[in-house]
Design a protein around this ligand. Sequence first.
Ligand code: ZN
Ligand code: FE
Length: 741
Amino acid sequence: MNDRKRYKYKIEGIVQGVGFRPFIYKIAHTYSIKGYVLNNSLGVEIEAEGSSEDLLKFDNSLHVELPPLSRVDTISKKELNFFGYIDFKIKESDTRKSKHTLISPDMSICDDCLKELNDNSNFRHNYFFINCTNCGPRYSIIKTVPYDRINTSMCNFLMCKKCEEEYKNPMDRRYHAQPISCADCGPELFLRSIDGVLLAKNSEAIKNLACLIQEGNIVAMKGMGGFHLICDASNDKTVKLLRSRKKRQTKPFAVMFKSIEEIKKSCKITKEEGEAIISQQRAIVLVKKNKKSFLLSDLVAPHIDRLRVFLPYTPLHVLLLKRLEKPIIATSANKSGEPIITDGQELKKSLGDVIDFYLDYNREIINASDDSVLQMIGDKSIMMRASRGFTPMSFRYKSDEKRHILAVGAHQKNTISLYIDNQIILSPYIGDLDSVKSCDFFTRTLETFKRLYDFNPEVIICDLHPSYFTTRWAKKQECELRQVQHHYAHILSCMFEHKIEKKILGVAWDGTGYGDDGTIWGGEFFICDKTSYKRVAYFEPFSLLGGDKSIKDIKRVAVSMIFDIQKDNKAGDFTSFLKLFGKSELSLLRQMYNKNINAIKCSSVGRIFDAVAVFSGVCESVTYDGESGLIIESLYDKTINESYEFYLDGEVIKYKHIFTQMLEDKNPNLIATKFINALVDIFFKIANRYGLEIVLAGGVFQNRTILEKIIKEAKERNIYFPQKIPINDGGVSIGQLYRYM
Ligand code: ZN
Ligand code: FE
């Protein structure tokens, strides 16, 4: 008996709403441990009494067995005087102190629930909201912490006897699973026509929806963090109709397949891509189309060789896909440039002219989130949009900083990040802040985070760009204000992820961002550390004629390059390109150029891609961000080793002469390949000037061909790129934050 000891554990991390207490309860019983476990505002507290031997086993399980959705950041353990507990209890939540508990992201259906969903002897057979402590909604249904049913959008649903028994049984997988429900007591489904007529409910609704999709209708369905627009992905006529109704010309749609085997019929996927696709985050993964057996409509992702694919992630998706032969387009339901729609009434108002029918349910989505998007480079991921399944993304960060700090991110692909009490938290994807509704979504997301974490910013960090919504917003707040240059923030986001503080070479190739000199940057080489940076090389600037107008109308970038070449009296007959413009438009552009009016200087690699796309003759205008890059990438030919020659004039990378060479090369594949090869050459030409480790970030590196070539050629040299944090502007907020941590 005198061998018995008592320990107190304090555990922080994602430990609430993920089945942590029942897990502790179970291992306590397994090893005859007495005491208690409870949730408090910091995480989980345990007292454990038992023999030294049993306590050792308990401690070991606590470290290695952990429930799948949990993440332990710290465990502290202290020995106390023996008390003499007679049993092991789960005690009531203790929520007096401030709220710093981390909130789990929404998770896809787990294998146990999937089994029950398909088991016709189970009382939740075919139940469209089946979930447990290891899966299902979290962030999307939570209003405030602690994460108890009363604080979620399940608060209006009274548990039936059967559900309540499971909810209260610590040995059950659904012990304290807040969204627990069944067909008798849970939310219901409603299939409606767009004019509001109720057509069917529950299982009938799913069945009818499947028929409507098969018949070629465009429908909407409420998913986890918002509605999807859905239609048959193999039906040319329907996809064409969706494109014309949505006024979305070429931007690729994501496709949901019923199984990984189905994906393999239309796409070539690597082992690692397969693992990413089936992982519990269920992100959309960007993979290569199989040109020989592509079974979907070409209009799903025209002109490019990649497809965005994913698998069903809620039981509702599983049940729908089971009834369908063909894969479906499942794209966030929103008006172009606005956030994802979460409410049936809003759907009718905004997309009444796009959809014919919609499937709604009466569990409110409190916090919206989009599907996450990533691609794989070997076994490493590149995050293109971090949202459902990944966010709120939290990192433990030890610091003496006592203040609450908010970083408001960039203007495109906006996210916010916050620092509070040794945690850095990245919000879900908010979007491009060009519409009133998106800006509202920005403030709503901030309000959510203030509520969930008792967060009250004392310092705000924003971009340098004077006309970003976030900059203007930040300047209006009565807080200490800090600003960080856009591309430096990109590099810092990667330094944060890889815990780098020392001096490195930072390479930020990007769309656009405001530079220190008031011009637009985006092809930058920095020597930098965590607190300072120096621009050591950049692409020779050109004029953005008409400013933002030239971002969509990319032939303006090309013509600006032509004017530069002609000014230097370089040879080349560009008549055919100049013919892309009407006479008056061309003379207007020439005036802008000559008089330097509305012709801001720019050094962005993203925009140089635009010019190359025009010179290769494959496109004259783009309809979505990154389109020219994807098209150039799809033209890349591995068998061509030639490269355009860039050269260095001090800090300036000279490249404009390549456009004259392109006149002779003509062949789009040759042009695209020589250009990409040249970018990689110049990368190393500059990198070789410095013996430093290399950190890279920025939207251009979403181009897998470039990144793969760089990694391959780097050989022994250390190259870091962001993997969890978005590599594009979605990562800027966390970089801004890291600067002042
Ligand atoms: Zn489950
Ligand atoms: Fe950027």
